[in-house]
Each structure stands twice: as structure tokens, then as C-alpha cells.
Design a protein around this ligand. Structure first.
Ligand code: SF4
Length: 161
């Protein structure tokens, strides 16, 4: 399992946002790793229907999906690149040690609208998720029409999911 690319990207809906995100692309699909991450990682949310796994690592939300892992909300490009290098190294080491882990395939239990809403940072006039308000986004997540990771600000503002 090898890293083939590290890509930086910013929030798509807010041109004024200065936060930088990073995507680390591997040479293979990462879906097999998700139940092992679910068993071990802080605040892991496993979504076998996509499939995807989301958890917190070094203070940043991390999303594993397909052949890539993304880390969200770094303060500048340099810290995002360094975060990407750490993410790549973490997943490679994790993959090498997974035989010692009992996997957990339990799906994340979808929260209610209010549970999602309370977990959001509720930034005024933000709309980085593509919805007009945090409540509209929370309702979409509860209906499974949006994914929790479409709000990139949770960790920065100290909220929990
Ligand atoms: S849910 Fe997140 S991205 Fe969407 S408006 Fe609220 S703070 Fe902004």
C-alpha cells in the first residue's frame, strides 16, 4: 500500500475561506481498513453504505473513502502538506498492524436532526456545506441526503459529532 499523490483543496462554496484541506491518494482501495479503523480510532463513524469512515486524528477530522484519505481544516498549505504526509504514514503503519486488531463492522447510528445540529459549530452565514443554514444541513444529514463531513468546520470550532 503506497501513497501515489498528495493534493491540497479548499472549501468549494466559500471563496473567502483560508482553510486548506488535504487528500492523500493511495494505489489501492481502502475500504477493507474501515472496520479496523472503526474498532480503534477516536470518535470513528463507519458508514458501510458508502463505504466511508470518519474519525479524529491529531485534532483534525479525517475521512477515508475509496482510495483516498482526506484531512480537513489546516491553517495553511504547509501545515496541510505536513498533515497529508502524517496521514499517509499513519494509514500505511495501521495497515501493516491490522492483523492484531479485532475489526468492528458496526455502522454509525444516524443521529436525529437536533443531535446533528448540536454537533455543528453553527457559523453564521457560512454555507460551506452548500446549505443555507446549519439547521438545513443537519436535516439533510439526518435524511442521509448529505454526509457529516460536508461541514469542514467541526473540529476547528471545537464541536463534536
Ligand atoms: S453546517 Fe458547517 S458548513 Fe454548513 S453552514 Fe453550518 S458551519 Fe457552515
Amino acid at each position: 500500500m503506497n501513497v501515489v499523490d498528495i493534493q491540497l483543496f479548499s472549501s468549494q462554496c466559500n471563496a473567502n475561506s483560508s482553510a486548506v484541506n488535504v487528500r492523500v491518494v493511495f494505489d489501492e482501495d481502502l475500504s477493507d481498513l474501515m472496520p479496523y479503523l472503526n474498532a480503534t480510532q477516536k470518535r470513528c463513524q463507519y458508514y458501510p453504505q458508502y463505504p466511508a469512515a470518519r474519525f479524529v486524528l491529531d485534532g483534525h477530522w479525517v475521512l477515508v473513502r475509496g482510495d483516498a484519505v482526506s484531512g480537513f481544516v489546516y491553517e495553511d498549505e504547509e501545515s496541510a502538506r505536513e498533515g497529508g504526509r502524517k496521514l499517509g504514514a499513519f494509514l500505511r503503519a495501521f495497515d501493516a498492524s491490522r492483523d492484531s486488531i479485532e475489526p468492528d463492522a458496526t455502522p454509525f447510528d444516524p443521529p436525529s436532526v437536533m443531535e446533528v445540529f448540536k454537533s455543528l459549530p453553527r457559523r453564521p452565514a457560512c454555507r460551506d456545506c452548500g446549505f443555507p443554514s446549519c439547521m438545513a444541513f443537519a436535516a439533510a444529514v439526518a435524511r442521509e441526503e448529505a454526509q457529516p463531513w460536508d461541514c469542514p468546520w467541526m473540529e476547528e470550532d471545537g464541536a463534536t459529532a
